[in-house]
Write a protein that binds this ligand. Sequence first.
Ligand SMILES: Cc1cc2nc3c(=O)[nH]c(=O)nc-3n(C[C@H](O)[C@H](O)[C@H](O)COP(=O)(O)OP(=O)(O)OC[C@H]3O[C@@H](n4cnc5c(N)ncnc54)[C@H](O)[C@@H]3O)c2cc1C
Length: 391
Amino acid sequence: MEAPKSINLLHNKQIAIVGGGPGGLTLARLLQLKGANVKVYERDFSKEARVQGAIVDLHFDSGLKVIEAAGLLETFKANYMPGADKYRMVDKDANICMDEHNQESSADFGDEHFRPEIDRGALRNVLIDSLLPDTVVWNSQLVSMQLVNNIWELQFKSGTTALADIVIGADGYRSRIRSHVTDIKALYSGATIIQGEIDYPEKDCPEMYELVNQANLIAMGAGKTIAVQPRGDGGLTFYAASLYPENWIKTNGIDFNNPEEVYAYLVKFYEGWSHLFLTLFKACTRFVPRPLNYFPLDQHWDTKANITLIGDAAHLMPPSGEGVNTAMLDALDLSECLTNSEFKDVQAAITAYEKQMRERAIILGKEALDGIKDFASPTDESIKKLVQQFT
Ligand SMILES: Cc1cc2nc3c(=O)[nH]c(=O)nc-3n(C[C@H](O)[C@H](O)[C@H](O)COP(=O)(O)OP(=O)(O)OC[C@H]3O[C@@H](n4cnc5c(N)ncnc54)[C@H](O)[C@@H]3O)c2cc1C
């Protein structure tokens, strides 16, 4: 039987997407809707292997647009967290400076300003559940890959292997695929986040839990910020951000696997802040230090014949609320280029996709870099400006 016209380029082609994050899973869904043969190779042992982190908001002209194109808007609506898109800002004494909880929100789906929040794990499940059975191959951490007679041979840490005609690197900021496309390395933004997970905040830091109120809390003081978000399972995630020298993680002598040591550091670093923040640090059982890196905005490579990158693997940038949204847009653009019958071969389709992806990443990356210093190390002036922006 002849393949539908829309997948001519992909007819009889096996596609390997490496990485089952929001970018890779969205791409798998969009390509399967067009009848393509897709597998997603994900290093996690199973769907339940780890908490995916806190909430993420999808935007009208990016994440939500893609969710709609993927035919998943109704499922998304059944899984998002109504009200979690509200923001509350406090100062270092935990005094509220700005509070959207007091404001009536009329925004809803279809409104370009509406940015519904969803738990990252819930979003991942929405995407996984939309795929054909066994599309995601768990416990598949890619360790190496070679091109032999125009076919990619993939090797995984588990000892298994796979073959593919086309490989898409959706494996995030430490991508193993990226070096097959470009040798351009990430740079350090100057900011580092210490991420913390609290599993039982209602019990372990009740005042803080109440202040967060199931939505976004941002606490800013000169030179440092703490952002706190709810998780879908009742937990909290916080991001304690500031400017640190490059390699601080390696040179500071703190064992981040030892919560007591990290707590002691944070108590000192946030000296003079309300005791509420100390209760947050005390209740935390897992800390992860995250130096915020980015790929140079002017990065360029010659498009390869049958391999490309999406999401953080392509254009890592400091967090600015756009990363998941952009990874999903990359997936949409790439799936369209590969299936819209406008290109003579896969390489031409990838060339068109990479042009769109790169143009978008330059704009968003610049905004993210400009914004990260204000976020991680605000001045009294920039805090005032931010409060005004919100009010
Ligand atoms: C502190 C912080 C807060 C953020 N907040 C937001 C936010 O509020 N909103 C937003 O839009 N973005 C946010 N981001 C950015 C966002 O998380 C990323 O941009 C987004 O997750 C990128 O999606 P991705 O699919 O490209 O990669 P990832 O989400 O990183 O997914 C990559 C996947 O690949 C898998 N993988 C990795 N290596 C391998 C391998 N070798 N073999 C197989 N599988 C592999 C991983 O297990 C993972 O599942 C934040 C980032 C940080 C650091």
